[in-house]
Design a protein around this ligand. Structure first.
Ligand code: MIC
Length: 649
């Protein structure tokens, strides 16, 4: 059979199941990636397995999110991560060395390998044809312990690229075009595979941009063939030996198909406050801009910064705009500096920050009241910037820089009269300096793990009771993101390793009284609309509500990672059998799930729920494996029992 790239990689890693979309499969994981904001919990979980060393080909720990050090907490977390990495054999990328996606691709990505990362933008690994999947920390901890990764076998969406990008249009516009077509849930249950003659016109870092932000379509991941452009990038990284060719067979089949003619694309922009709210830049041109940011999680590569630097050469940032630059890595800024880009930023009045996620996760860079911010980030969910009622737009580095120059949203093609488009050539050989990565070594095995006072043990979770009686404490609408469930930002992020403390903030932006109310009620159900839990992989959006007593969520549909996280922490992910039943439930209603243990153990898919005396039907669409985890009260309880049983036998 003629195979696409996705199936080639999945088949080479398949250990359970068959490649039938919608069924559960398990794949081996070659590499894992943790970042600091999700890494503390993941490493506590890994420690709970009692292993001496990671059992995965390569494990890496990045410190890129919690870079603000306003008290001891983040610094203590960094120390914990560094010492635990040394102890367990994990590569440790120090604070300031860069964003996980960028650094991992530079130094570790190998075409055809699988990568599981505790960050939803891990699919950026597509830049070097790695099948990178975002997951909750517990799933990554399990992969670090050598377990396979379980996922619902996705369909493959084949995107044929033709033509090449015109001047002033870049990779961000390609992924914005995907979001314009598919919105924030159109690719749930799919892997997006790019092919066609247009692929060769995109560099590895262009492909990273497309893979990274492809997450916002709901896709499991994205993938590109590994070709001469991939080889070129790996050679420039001094890792040419890691290259292998990877291409779909001629005539390979896809479950769905679409085509993008790159030469027909124009500059696009996602309006507030959803990455799917995409329009041509010219539709919103002229709106006054107060802030523009290039870099962070996506669009922080050498090309992305250099194009901004070249556009600013000999110019000043508009007096009323704050223009920020967040490099993706130390390597990026070093190479930009070598080619004169840093001087251009400094003399133009740009604010250059240390490599990292920064404002992308609300760690600083919040815009002022009513201000418009243009960012090259992947997300603009309401309030994520740290400012209430924020007006955040997502766009390419070209569009962000054009606004920084003119002071208003500007189609960058309008700059053609005053400058020629700076087409950036990637270095043939990057300046490479790996000294900010601490490689695992036998000498570090004896390192004592340092656990600061803010790092609390994982909370104990009880098993699922025979019957669940709860109260509906919150009813939400469609597309609720994990930012709404468990906000990030500089106040909350330092609490990621302290579940009791962070649980105070659950739903705080949606319903400030939620935590108090949930504690009072004891056992709680949350109701939601479609695409519930879109966005980040943060398992805190499952564990912290569980800590407060949330035992079931009944929604119209779930986003992929959040649904898995709910199972991992023993919260029942139920969907309405008849979506119209959503309207029958209001906050304050009593909900009873009778004989729920028995039903889950028997494998029932249809789960009746008594709501204020009337019965509605819901669906529990999970695997047999997940049923065991739900019965145990969560994956960790289940795994611990298994380990105990093994040790006793
Ligand atoms: C994000 O972009 O939302 C984050 C911050 O990178 C998250 C991870 C987190 O919440 O720590 C993600 O994408 O998974």
């Amino acid at each position: 059979m003629k195979k696409n790239v996705t199936h080639k990689i999945l088949e080479a890693h398949l250990v359970e199941g068959q490649l039938v979309p919608g069924t559960e499969i398990a794949i081996t994981i070659d590499q894992t990636l943790l970042q600091d904001a999700t890494g503390t919990l993941a490493l506590l979980e890994f420690e709970a397995f009692g292993l001496d060393r990671v059992k995965v080909g390569l494990a890496a720990q990045y410190v890129d999110h919690n870079l603000l050090q306003t008290d001891n907490k983040n610094a203590d977390d960094h120390k914990f991560l560094q010492t635990a990495a040394a102890r367990y054999g994990i590569h440790f990328s120090k604070p300031g060395n860069g964003v996980s996606h960028q650094v991992h691709m530079e130094r570790f990505g190998v075409p055809g390998k699988t990568l599981l990362g505790s960050d939803s933008h891990t699919p950026g690994a597509a830049g070097v044809s790695v099948l990178g999947i975002g997951a909750g920390g517990l799933d990554v901890a399990l992969a670090m312990a050598g377990s396979p990764y379980y996922l619902t076998c996705p369909k493959v969406l084949g995107v044929t690229l033709t033509g090449s990008l015109p001047d002033w249009v870049s990779a961000k516009d390609v992924v914005l075009e995907m979001l314009r077509r598919y919105d924030v849930k159109g690719c749930v249950g799919m892997i997006i595979e790019y092919s066609g003659p247009g692929v060769a016109s995109l560099s590895a870092t262009d492909r990273e941009t497309i893979g990274n932000m492809g997450t916002e379509t709901g896709a499991t991941t994205s993938i590109f063939p590994s070709d001469e452009r991939t080889r070129e990038y790996l050679e420039a990284q001094g890792r040419g030996a890691a290259w292998v060719r990877l291409a779909a067979d001629e005539g390979a089949e896809y479950d769905e198909r679409t085509e993008i003619d790159l030469s027909q694309l124009e500059p696009l922009i996602a309006k507030p406050s959803s990455p799917g709210n995409v329009v041509p830049v010219r539709e919103v041109a002229g709106i006054k801009v107060n802030q523009a940011i290039v870099g962070s999680s996506v669009n922080s590569s050498f090309r992305d910064l250099m194009v901004a630097a070249k556009m600013l050469e000999g110019r000043r940032v508009h007096a009323e705009v704050n223009f920020h630059v967040n490099p993706g890595s130390r390597q990026v800024i070093e190479n930009v500096a070598q080619q004169g880009g840093l001087i251009s930023f400094l003399t133009s009045g740009a604010r250059v920050h240390e490599p990292g996620c920064q404002g992308c996760i609300g760690m600083g860079q919040a815009p002022g009241t009513g201000e418009v911010s243009l960012r090259t980030f992947p997300r603009n969910f309401p309030g994520r910037s740290g400012t209430q009622d924020d007006k955040v737009y997502l766009c390419s580095p070209e569009t962000a820089t054009a606004a920084a120059i003119s002071g208003v949203i500007t189609d960058p093609r309008d700059l053609a009269q005053e400058m020629t488009y700076p087409r950036i050539e990637d270095p043939k050989k990057y300046i490479i300096d790996e000294r900010s990565i601490i490689f695992p070594s036998d000498g570090l095995r004896e390192t004592a793990v340092v656990t600061g006072p803010n790092i609390k043990p994982l909370p104990a979770l009880d098993a699922l009771p025979e019957t669940l009686a709860a109260e509906v404490v919150l009813k939400t609408g469609d597309n609720i993101s994990t930012d709404a469930i468990m906000p990030a930002g500089n106040k909350v992020l330092p609490l990621r390793s302290n579940i009791e403390a962070i649980s105070e903030y659950v739903f705080s932006a949606v319903d400030p009284g939620f935590a108090q109310e949930a504690r009072t009620r004891g056992t709680v159900v949350v109701i939601g609309g479609v695409n519930y839990g879109q966005g980040s992989s943060r398992e805190h959006a499952a564990l912290a509500p569980r800590f407060l007593g949330v035992r079931a969520k009944i929604v119209k549909s779930f986003a992929r990672i959040h649904k898995t996280n709910l199972c991992n922490f023993g919260i029942l992910p139920l969907t309405f059998k008849d979506p119209a039943d959503y309207d029958k439930i209001t906050e304050g209603m009593q909900v009873v799930l009778r004989d729920i243990r028995g039903r889950i153990a028997r494998g029932d898919r249809d789960i009746p729920v008594d709501v204020d005396g009337k019965t509605i039907m819901t669906v529990l669409d999970v695997s047999d494996r997940q049923r065991q985890h739900l019965l145990a009260g969560g994956t960790l309880n289940y795994v611990r029992k298994q380990i105990g049983a093994k040790q006793n036998s």
